[in-house]
Design a protein around this ligand. Structure first.
Ligand SMILES: *[C@@H]1O[C@H](CO)[C@@H](O)[C@H](O)[C@H]1NC(C)=O
Ligand SMILES: *[C@@H]1O[C@H](CO)[C@@H](O)[C@H](O)[C@H]1NC(C)=O
Ligand SMILES: *[C@@H]1O[C@H](CO)[C@@H](O)[C@H](O)[C@H]1NC(C)=O
Length: 228
């Protein structure tokens, strides 16, 4: 009977451990590794969308791996140096949500002094070359839209606009204007109508929790521009 009890206690402990792991909570072992790594910080965080973009950096003679890696929540954080600079490389996966989650993990877990995105930047500007470092003055996510019902236009009020939430201030995109091969038709109207770009809700780290602010253009810290 006693043996059975011990056995069930062990099984319960194993089950609890598994629950903890699937919840993504940090194990004490991981905490210790993070604590140790942070004593060597601060680091420059390099966020890289995929392996195809990370491999050239891993193989570059400029990068020296410290052979420390830390796996957490499906992400791998690789430690090393580029020149004198201590860096953490993180592969984010494609898309804004992946980039956001991985960058937030990087910032929350480690002592980070700055973040650099490293990737092919999708042919943004033909005057840029491989290896160029670009620092924008502002950036925008452009991910929050108010989609206007067909038949309505710039003169009509958007939903919630009267509350001051979704003004028609920034810009809009009219789907019909991107119709192709429509030279033979008089009008290329399109039921998809218009989307209006809206400022996004932000919760600044030095703001009051749950008190939103709105931002469309995010100014880059002038510190980066001075460094360049
Ligand atoms: C990392 O491991 C490689 C291969 O085992 C070794 O050559 C290198 O010296 C190690 N680097 C450090 C910083 O320990
Ligand atoms: C779409 O095209 C029409 C006709 O050229 C133009 O008047 C309108 O401003 C365009 N819409 C946008 C959002 O640029
Ligand atoms: C536009 O028309 C050309 C010539 O008929 C055709 O080759 C092309 O595939 C068309 N493009 C689209 C997006 O339908």
């Amino acid at each position: 009977m006693t043996a059975l009890k011990i056995c069930s206690v062990i099984i319960l402990a194993v089950v609890l451990l598994n629950v903890q792991e699937t919840n993504g909570a940090l194990s004490s072992r991981t905490w210790r590794k993070i604590y140790k790594a942070n004593r060597n910080g601060p680091y420059l965080g390099l966020v890289i969308p995929n392996l195809f973009e990370m491999n050239p950096l891993l193989q570059s003679p400029s990068f020296t791996s410290s052979n420390l890696t830390l796996d957490f929540d499906g992400r791998r954080f690789r430690f090393g140096t580029i020149g004198e600079k201590k860096v953490i490389l993180a592969m984010t996966g494609l898309g804004v949500i992946n980039a956001g989650i991985t960058t937030q993990l990087l910032l929350s877990l480690f002592k980070i002094e700055g973040v650099v995105h490293c990737g092919i930047a999708g042919n943004a500007n033909p005057s840029l070359n491989i290896g160029d470092l670009t620092i924008p003055q502002y950036w925008s996510h452009t991910g929050l839209w108010s989609w206007q019902r067909y038949g309505q236009g710039p003169k009509d009020e958007l939903p919630l606009e009267s509350d001051g939430d979704y003004p028609k201030k920034i810009a809009y995109l009219e789907f019909a204007n991107y119709t192709v091969n429509a030279t033979h038709v008089a009008s290329c109207d399109n039921l998809l109508n218009n989307i209006w770009f809206e400022a996004e809700e932000v919760y600044p780290i030095d703001g009051t929790p749950e008190e939103r602010q709105h931002t469309f253009w995010v100014a880059v810290d002038p510190h980066y521009l001075q460094k360049a």
